[in-house]
Design a protein around this ligand. Structure first.
Ligand code: AHN
Ligand code: ZN
Length: 338
């Protein structure tokens, strides 16, 4: 009598343990977490980022040619991005604006926003710029400087990672709401060869516009993550100084997540330089702390890497391993938000 009472639960436990072992896969991020055992803490299940998909989305953008505002390639790529976000189940908003460039060119700009669970109050903002630079002003040759760049890393990489995040968001809903913003006209800032009057704030025109006129009134989010140049071979993401000062807790959280996943070599816990980028305007204009995950290569002249604002910024320097490190880290952070 006594023995049968303890034997049955023991057998059930053994069966449960065997089943759990059978379904377990190699990485921590693949644990399903759908049926927590009684008395154990439920751990968020984090989907596995697919770097092949992200790579394809980077390539598809560059295949349009340089995405310079006012060009047909820019229009076509914008339509593609809207189509992809819709395909991945987002509620899509677009903002069209005439923005004035450093040389007074009117840029027909378009910010593209994909919202997930738009009615949720708790939200995180993910962003990247989708335009590419009209100049390669870090080239030595004067002629080459005037030609637009492919911008595989500077522009397309961040967007490619976020499109793969969007695809994952459709398959598994996190606890919080997510907004993915593709900012336009980030990279039309004053070129090194310009000899006219100085004009302030010529970079990040799309995020400056959004900061003043958000896509929904009184838009707010807990924090933001900006991805910039996140696909380069051998890329390294130091803790950018403006992010550290204005979003220090989120910097710690993101870098801890990267190290936990084994991506410590991509995410040194050392300080990088301070960068003027879209996150500055997200913070200054909307008071949303925003972390810039941006390539910093200390050995390069500019600090951004030797490809930066040159024709070397093309698909040849894109590495799935870098996309994977950044994409999986972003998923780890957002799927652990409660
Ligand atoms: C400046 O060069 C002032 N800021 C860097 C922001 C940037 C340009 N990110 C990509 N391209
Ligand atoms: Zn740039």
């Amino acid at each position: 009598m006594k023995h049968t009472c303890t034997l049955i639960p023991a057998l059930l436990l053994l069966m449960a343990a065997t089943l759990a072992c059978g379904s377990k896969s190699g990485t921590a991020s693949e644990a399903t977490g759908n049926s927590p055992e009684a008395g154990t803490q439920r751990v968020a299940s984090v989907p596995r980022f697919n770097a092949d998909s992200a790579y394809l989305y980077v390539k598809q953008q560059t295949d349009f040619g340089p995405r310079v505002p006012n060009s047909p390639a820019h229009k076509a790529c914008g339509d593609y991005l809207i189509g992809q976000l819709r395909r991945f189940g987002a509620t899509v908003y677009t903002q069209e604006a005439d923005l004035v460039a450093y040389d007074n060119t009117i840029l027909k700009a378009r910010n593209i926003i994909g919202a997930y669970a738009p009615d949720k109050k708790k939200r995180v903002l993910l962003c990247a710029h989708w335009d590419s630079r009209p100049y390669a002003d870090q080239e030595k040759s004067k002629k080459a400087q005037r030609q637009p760049i492919s911008g595989a890393n500077d522009g397309a990489s961040g967007v490619g990672v976020l499109l793969e995040v969007a695809r994952q968001l459709q398959q598994q809903e996190p606890t919080i709401g997510i907004d993915i913003i593709f900012f336009d006209a980030e990279d039309y800032g004053t070129p090194t060869f310009h000899r006219g009057d100085y004009k302030p704030d010529t970079w990040c025109l799309g995020s400056q516009y959004w900061g003043r006129v958000p896509h929904v009134q009184n838009y707010n989010a807990r924090y933001g993550i900006l991805l910039d140049m996140v696909g380069g071979r051998g890329g390294t993401f130091y803790q950018e100084m403006f992010s550290k000062r204005t979003a220090g807790r989120q910097v710690e959280k993101i870098w801890d997540a990267a190290h936990r996943l084994g991506y410590g070599a991509f995410f040194p816990k050392d300080t990088g330089t301070e960068v003027t980028d879209d996150h500055v305007y997200v913070y200054n204009l909307r008071q949303i702390p925003c972390v810039d995950i941006i390539n910093y290569s200390p050995a390069s002249g500019s600090g951004f890497g030797d490809f930066w604002h040159t024709h070397g910024d093309n698909m040849d320097i894109i590495d799935r391993a870098t996309l994977q490190a950044v994409g999986q880290t972003v998923l780890e952070v957002i799927y652990n938000e409660k």
